[in-house]
Design a protein around this ligand. Structure first.
Ligand code: NCD
Length: 351
């Protein structure tokens, strides 16, 4: 693995190796104090973050490395009109690994084309969030021994929730997973992911009600309605507060259910759930730090590599208004196939 842009690009063997390292780190963190000694991570956060930014920072510090970057793009040259390409060319000269979060879909992929060092996607708009997925899979595996064979309910804003999109991509690599996709119709999963699930023989049902399916689940993955992704504020008002998990609703759930959430929560999990032993979202956040240590231990220690020349694009082929190719017009017109359909290789939108 050179970059982590989309969990779908990882082979199952690569995930197993990453998890095995995370597991060893959790068992004996003292053995990793010097793993990244002298290495420097650049954290570019163009969007708000608490867990992801802090967990990447603490992961690097716990490995003996250091971190620089920004959490507010207004304090960088982006505000002077610098292109993403130039920012990446420059910081990849300073750092050994780049961790970036942006509101633009496909931005981490774009950065990887120009970087001499590995790039980690810490969230690109409503598209993907693969390192949250490493936290999620580490949590399930540590607490339940395996991910295979689980019935998993994904609940909330499945249209805009990048953590869910990443998790679905990852779960294609496991066996006998059944999915309950719980969302209002307006916030159902994107069509490209529906096609992806069909193409990978991943059985799923789409429902709008949470309570009827709770008894069937091994994992309930709650998500926040992603207010910042709504073009129409009325649409957000119509959907906010639609699902609220309470302790009473857990009454019919399995004894060994895992209630997960990437956090931050707004109101979709009531605080009376927090002390239920099935609520593991704060543990999940801590496992995320160890999973990120396992990732940085590999990526920050890779040799520098000139990515070579990149074709200059003339005008974007993708029509998704949130796609990075809309603002960074020089990006090459890369196309990939999703379930036989031509899609933008940056943001996955059908062309
Ligand atoms: C998520 C994100 O940023 O996509 N948070 C996180 O990284 N743990 C989920 C969210 O913001 O709802």
């Amino acid at each position: 693995m050179r970059h982590l842009i989309d969990f779908g690009d990882l082979e199952r063997r690569e995930w197993d190796e990453l998890y095995a390292r995370a597991d060893r780190i959790i068992n004996c963190p003292e053995a990793y104090l010097d793993t990244c000694r002298g290495k420097v991570s650049c954290n570019l956060f163009y969007e708000p973050s608490t867990r992801t930014n802090f967990s990447f920072q603490t992961a690097m510090l716990r490995l003996g490395g250091s971190v620089f970057g920004f959490a507010d793009p207004k304090s960088s040259s982006v505000s002077k009109g610098e292109t993403l390409k130039d920012t990446i060319k420059m910081v990849s000269g300073y750092a050994d690994v780049i961790v970036m979060r942006t509101p633009w879909e496909g931005a981490a992929k774009a950065a990887s084309l120009y970087s001499d060092v590995p790039v980690v996607n810490a969230g690109d708009g409503g598209h993907m969030h693969p390192t949250q997925t490493t936290a999620d899979l580490t949590t399930i595996t540590r607490l339940r021994g395996s991910v295979d064979g689980m019935s998993i309910g994904l609940c909330g804003d499945l249209k805009n929730g990048r953590t869910v999109h990443s998790l679905i991509k990852a779960l294609a690599k496991f066996q006998n997973i059944r999915f309950f996709l719980i969302a209002p119709r307006a916030l159902a999963i994107p069509e490209y992911l529906r096609q992806f699930m069909r193409a990978h023989d991943m059985p799923f049902v789409e429902v709008t009600g949470l309570e009827p399916v709770i008894p069937q689940l091994d994992v309930l993955y709650m998500t926040r309605i992603q207010r910042e992704r709504f073009a129409d504020p009325q649409e957000y008002e119509r959907n906010k507060g639609i699902y609220v998990l309470t302790r009473a609703k857990l009454g019919r759930a399995r004894e060994n259910l895992l209630v997960m959430h990437p956090l931050p929560r707004v109101d979709e999990i009531s605080v009376d759930v927090d002390d239920d032993p099935r609520a593991v979202y704060f543990q999940q956040a801590r496992f995320g730090m160890f999973a990120r240590m396992a990732l940085l231990a590999d990526l920050a220690n890779q040799p520098r590599l000139d990515p070579g020349p990149v074709e200059i694009g003339r005008s974007p082929v993708c029509h998704n208004p949130s796609c990075i190719t809309q603002t960074e017009r020089y990006l090459p017109p890369l196309v990939k196939q999703n379930g036989g359909v031509d899609c933008c290789a940056f943001c996955d939108a059908p062309l």
